[in-house]
Design a protein around this ligand. Structure first.
Ligand code: NAD
Length: 499
């Protein structure tokens, strides 16, 4: 049994708390490693290393810090297959999907290579007589990030790449379910030239998270995960005076208008609803066809596509559409919610409940499900299922469909499929959701834009990556300077505008 470590001050360090969690291979259901769960003392040690290393790193000029990121991109590309394999082994997603997870993080690292430009301050020459005014962006000091299981490469990179290139030290507390890739990323960063102590990985659960939230030295906390934990971390972190941004769960609706290309919409729903076994915060979990005829035709097109889905372990290569879910508990929760759908009167058009995969009976595989006639009062509509389960809510009109997306408490992503530019523009303008797709089912913004939902999908203001990340990981300092030029006496007592 492999015993995983923390990564502290440039070295793999065994856990000392005595507490461990099991890391599964979701395809076989076997425990393949034990991950140490840090206590307060281990977190505090990481903070001490970070504090010691950070001032020298902040003093390195931004161009040189960016060069570490350049080298890191090379190393990510060199080790892409290795990282993808380690990721699939612990998460369960297919190899191409795992490589995509690394790739989308890598693109944020590429964006961070622009740090010298992005960190440039503002300057006003002669803001007053002989007075110059300039602002600069300075790192916060020690930052921390707490990440979910579903993107163990991309989401840590969303956080640590901008934090580090801005001159901060970063402590990552990854998901205890798939901690190996985050450890590998920390090693690669140091191979790229990052000094020891600037990236550290402290593995753990709530205890490590609470130690982060209460540590007086840690200046900022980034979180991505489920909504109840996001709300808790936001409240506790803010109460402790930290800068906090938290990204929560989702229930993404896709509106299908009567004029949409229904084959295109059905294909899009298959990828967005069932890809990665539905374990994506940008997965489409609710299809909203407008009009009975649209709904009937859509279901007709979805069923044969769903029946053709290939579910299996990542080791089957390109022959698999999606893999197992992450744990037995996740599988049980999905099955429980599916049962509530049946009990509460939704029509289970495709029933994946009896799905079994020969040779992998102990794996956490869940067959694909399709519900029709779902209504907003049902549990399968209200809650995030985070599994391969697509719910169809029939709307009579566009306004009713828009209202569904707007009234749901989550607001991460949404999409509309239509050939009508006017409907698409109206939807994008009015819907109270953060990321919108127009004939695009999973509208994940690229690295140089920002990522973030609305409503209960987010707590805090600034988004992930793009220019917002450079704001989140720096403080603005504004200097008003006057060099003596004959004004050698006479004080100013009134607060007044620049002349
Ligand atoms: P999770 O909330 O269970 O865990 C996320 C992190 O919080 C982990 O590091 C975990 O160790 C820690 N944690 C868990 N319980 C805690 C507690 N009681 N106190 C303190 N910390 C705790 O989420 P998950 O299951 O790993 O990830 C799936 C969720 O993440 C889904 O809800 C998904 O929608 C969401 N997600 C959101 C986004 C986004 O950008 N909005 C992106 C990816 C995932």
């Amino acid at each position: 049994m492999q015993e995983l470590t923390h990564y502290l001050n440039g070295a793999h360090v065994k856990g000392t708390s005595g507490r461990f969690a099991d890391v599964y291979n979701p395809a076989t259901g076997e425990v393949q490693a034990k991950v140490p769960l840090a206590g307060e003392a281990e977190l505090d040690q990481a903070v001490k290393y970070a504090m010691a290393a950070q001032p020298a790193w902040a003093a390195v000029n931004p161009q040189r810090r960016a060069r570490v990121m350049m080298k890191f991109v090379d190393l990510l590309n060199r080790d892409m297959d290795k990282l993808a394999e380690a990721l699939s082994r612990e998460h369960g997603k297919t190899l191409p999907d795992a490589a995509g997870d690394v790739q989308r993080g890598l693109e944020v690292v590429e964006y961070c290579i622009g740090a010298p430009e992005l960190l440039k301050g503002d300057f006003t020459d002669s803001a007053g007589p002989g007075i110059d005014m300039y602002s600069m962006r300075q790192p916060l000091g020690v930052s921390a990030g707490i990440t979910p299981f579903n993107f163990p490469a991309m989401i840590p990179m969303w956080m640590f790449a901008p934090a580090i290139v801005c001159g901060n030290a970063f402590i990552l507390k990854p998901s205890e379910r798939d901690p190996s890739v985050p450890l590998m990323l920390a090693e690669l960063l140091e191979e790229a030239g990052l000094p020891k102590g600037i990236i550290q990985v402290v593995n753990g659960d709530k205890e490590a998270v609470d130690a982060i939230l209460h540590h007086p030295v840690i200046q900022s906390v980034g979180f991505v995960g489920s909504t109840p934990i996001a709300e808790y971390i936001y409240g506790t972190g803010c109460a402790n005076g930290k800068r906090v941004q938290c990204f929560g769960g989702a229930k993404n609706h896709m509106i299908i208008m009567p004029d949409a290309d229904l084959d295109q919409a059905a294909d899009a729903l298959i990828g967005a609803g069932y890809g990665a076994a539905g374990e994506r915060c940008m997965a489409i979990s609710v299809a909203v066809p407008v009009g009975e005829e649209t709904a009937d035709r859509l279901i007709e097109k979805l069923v044969p596509r769903i029946e053709k889905l290939k579910v299996g372990p990542y080791t089957s290569g390109n022959d698999v559409d999606y893999g197992p879910v992450v744990t037995a508990a996740a599988k049980a929760n999905i099955e429980r919610l599916v049962q509530t759908g049946v009990d509460q009167g939704a029509t289970l058009v495709v029933d994946g409940r009896d799905f079994k995969l020969q040779g992998y009976e102990e794996g956490f595989f869940v067959g694909p499900h399709l519900f029709d006639n779902v209504t907003p009062d049902m549990d399968i509509y209200k809650h995030e299922i985070f599994g391969p389960v697509l719910s169809t809510v029939r709307a009579k009109t566009y306004e009713e469909a828009l209202g569904l997306a707007m009234d749901h408490e989550m607001g991460n992503g949404t999409a509309i499929f239509t050939r009508d530019g006017d409907a698409a523009r109206d939807f994008a303008a009015r819907v109270n959701v953060g990321m919108i797709g127009i004939n695009v089912p999973i509208p994940v913004p690229l690295a140089y834009h920002t990522f973030g939902g609305w409503k209960k999908s987010v707590f805090g203001d600034l988004n992930q990556h793009g220019p917002d990340a450079f704001k989140f990981y720096t403080r603005t300092k504004t200097v008003t300077s006057r060099w003596p030029s004959g004004i050698k006496e006479g004080g100013e007592f009134n607060f007044k505008p620049m002349e």
